[in-house]
Design a protein around this ligand. Structure first.
Ligand code: FES
Length: 252
């Protein structure tokens, strides 16, 4: 499941639309009440003898129809409002991983639970995770660019730069392919070697996490961004900002 951020201006436009729809609904409702009251007093039909009769009462059936449509529209609107409210992200949910963030599973049976050392089998496969602010409990899942691959590898198999950044062989990278921004989902044997690698199934780009997630196959133009981690008492935290650009290359 992937969650996408609402644009702030979209929120404002939706709110304005909902307010306007409710105002129309209210006006219709008041007109109908006036008609019904009028009707109760035996003047439900328009009459030239009654010039003060509201025009909206010319046809009570028409007004009721308007009310019904208004009610349906308003119901739909508020249903939409509820949906929008549910989709509204708390502050910080779309911010990039921050130093001190913990990491939680982004999918599977353990979705939302903390990722710890014991969740990472040596040699993979990787765990897909979101950063989470431990102070506010906000999971930074409002931007797909925040999804992370965490994997534990044999430190002896890492290149110097990757080993220096690793924590007991654990390394983390952006899960977004640098080619066209698809999620990197596979952990499979490379097309050009006998080791397993991260693979983006959109156009088959492969990245080797032992070598800083450099591209070993496919059209991806650059390595995956790396995320420094810290490990304390089996708990993983983010130790710094992404190293490298996150996301796919711009078209054109
Ligand atoms: S988007 Fe990943 S290889 Fe094209």
């Amino acid at each position: 499941m992937r969650i996408f951020a609402f644009n702030q201006s979209e929120h404002h436009e939706n709110d304005a639309l909902r307010r306007k729809s409710f105002a129309f609904f209210l006006a219709d409702f008041q007109r109908l009440l006036a008609c019904m009251t009028h009707s109760t007093h035996g003047t439900s039909s328009p009459s030239s003898d009654n010039p003060a009769e509201p025009e909206s009462c010319v046809c009570a059936a028409q007004t009721r129809r308007t009310l019904l449509i208004g009610a349906l529209a308003t119901t739909a609107c508020f249903a939409g409002s509820g949906h929008a409210a549910a989709g509204e992200d708390p502050p910080g949910a779309d911010e990039r991983p921050q130093k001190g963030d913990v990491l939680v599973f982004s999918e599977g049976d353990q979705e939302g639970k903390l990722v710890t050392f014991t969740d990472l089998p040596l040699g993979g496969p990787p765990v897909h995770a979101w950063p989470k602010d431990p102070k506010t409990s906000v999971v930074r899942s409002a931007s797909r660019l925040n999804e992370i691959l965490i994997i534990r590898l044999d430190p002896a198999g890492l290149d110097d730069q990757t080993r220096a950044r690793a924590q007991d062989g654990i390394v983390a990278y952006s899960a977004i392919c640098s080619h066209a921004g698809c999620p990197v989902t596979a952990w499979v044997k490379s097309d050009v070697g006998d080791k397993e690698v991260f693979k983006c199934m959109c156009h088959n780009s492969e990245y080797d996490p032992r070598q800083g997630a450099q591209v070993v196959f496919g059209p991806a133009p650059r390595r995956l961004a790396a995320l420094p981690l810290a490990l304390s008492d089996g708990s993983l935290t983010v130790a710094g900002n992404f190293i490298g650009k996150v996301g796919g290359q711009q078209p054109g």
